[in-house]
Design a protein around this ligand. Sequence first.
Ligand code: HEC
Length: 242
Amino acid sequence: MGPLLLVAALSCGRLHSSPTATVLAGVYTPAQARRGRQIFKDQCASCHGVDLAGFSGPPLKGTIFLDRWREFPLEVLFDLIKTTMPANNAGGLSHAAYLDVLAYLLESNEIPAGSKELTDQVAAGTRLVGKDGPQPLPTSAQVSAVGCLTLDTGNGWFLTHASEPERTFDTFEATPEELKEAAATPFGDELFRLANIDDLPHFDRDGLVDNKVEAKGILVRQPNNARINVNSLVKVGSGCDQ
Ligand code: HEC
């Protein structure tokens, strides 16, 4: 993500766990996508390509594109487009035109249409997913996950019984609401190696080990090795009893 995009994403501030309703429920109409297609041709195609495959701007369809935005509420992508695009005329379109063009992006990414037009409320309450539905987060994603902080002597630190990692904007600080949510998140059956723990400022080893924690950082997926490069580690429950 370029600096421009990161600022836009951060400016949305709040991000609670992503909604469970997904764009696969049919969140735009064919007519809306048709309008969006025309707007795209006039306002976006010069940089992103008529086929959305990218030109001077990045591609707006396919795996690389979706991996940056999926599993976020759809409004995260919407806010970015609305506030930073077209790059040469940011914020220059009407609100309705931005919604239409987003509908066209969904259609171009093989998300099926439905019977109601896309609105702000729907964008806020719906998770963007690819056509195959919710998927584990890709490598390099900024994540938070809840689990048991476990030291395997000689082998290093692990987050055991971990929940499925969620998207987060800030991997260095956890807000009180996030910690409340983390405390209420049940243990799961994921396992992550935790890297960089000993570099954390004020790492309270004895206070944290064998307790329920929220870990935030960068997810790194390699064959047979899923790891979180930890930037923040906070205790959210006593002990690791399931
Ligand atoms: C003048 C060129 C230009 C125009 C016109 C333009 N964009 Fe962009 N767009 C860019 C560039 C360059 C980036 C990458 C910015 C960065 O990484 O900081 C970008 C990034 C994006 C992204 C984020 C892609 C990603 O996965 O990171 C989206 C979505 C997007 N544009 C949508 C649109 C839409 C929709 C329109 C039309 C309303 C539009 N753009 C018009 C140049 C343009």
